[in-house]
Design a binder for this molecule. Sequence first.
Ligand SMILES: C[S@@+](CC[C@H](N)C(=O)[O-])C[C@H]1O[C@@H](n2cnc3c(N)ncnc32)[C@H](O)[C@@H]1O
Length: 282
Amino acid sequence: MLEKGKIAVLIEDIKKKKELQSIDDDFVERYLIKYLHQEPALLKSLQEKFNSRSKAYVSVIKYVRAQLRRVYGLFRDDAKERKSIVEVLLKAPSATRAALIQQILSTHSSTQERLPIYEPLYSKIFAISGKPKTILDLGCGINPFSFSYLKLKGCTYYAYDIDEEEIEAINKYFALLKKENPSFTGKAMVADILTITLPKADLCLLFKMTDVIDQGKGHKRTEELLKRIPARYIVVSFATKTMSGKKMTAPRRSWMEWLCKRLGYEYTILEFPNELFYVIQK
Ligand SMILES: C[S@@+](CC[C@H](N)C(=O)[O-])C[C@H]1O[C@@H](n2cnc3c(N)ncnc32)[C@H](O)[C@@H]1O
């Protein structure tokens, strides 16, 4: 492999693109190392000559950036606007908070679409799972800002994502919630959900994550993750519209249903206009 210093240079270069700037370094490194293992000729060429203008260097940077955009970049929309609303939220009187939370959730397409459904969604989930004391939100994006819609008094909320900026903002929001309600504990962490050990929980949210996890290569990774999640209930969600905005003719995911049957998990489907939720009981 390449020396640590050279790996660091490549990571820094990959992250020079604005939309990739706040990704966790370890996550970038994992993609980089994987690619170098796959392409021994490129690796050899970089070992012999480490030059940012060489063909090998440029193609490694290009490929890893493309991969990262696939799993990550696609979802960063109004990050800048969101950051400034979060700053306002932290100082705002509590009477204005609901409106600011809605503004924050509106900066991302998935959470914006959920605004009218968050309340019925969470209450339908709890009708199945019971009110959770501990929640995991994996690949959370900005979903933890929907905490007030959960209508839980005391709760521990663990949120994970590879985006450093998002996690920092969520932790600030969690600190605000904690200050007002000592029976709430929230921890947001920069981590790759495919490699970390997860804490035990009552309910795990895995919203719109299977495509990101599986990357078009079957569903083995989702299966491994589902088996590994130490929670009795896991909610897995899917878009019911295509990327171009067309309604899917068959939004149910038969592979998910087969997977649950094979693993002996029960599931209930909650269907909303833009999103389908499988509430899985392990
Ligand atoms: C499609 S978005 C879903 C966000 C959120 N779950 C929602 O539906 O509102 C995917 C999110 O997963 C994060 N992500 C991608 N791969 C990840 C990984 N291996 N570990 C943790 N987070 C990841 C991305 O940064 C992004 O925020």
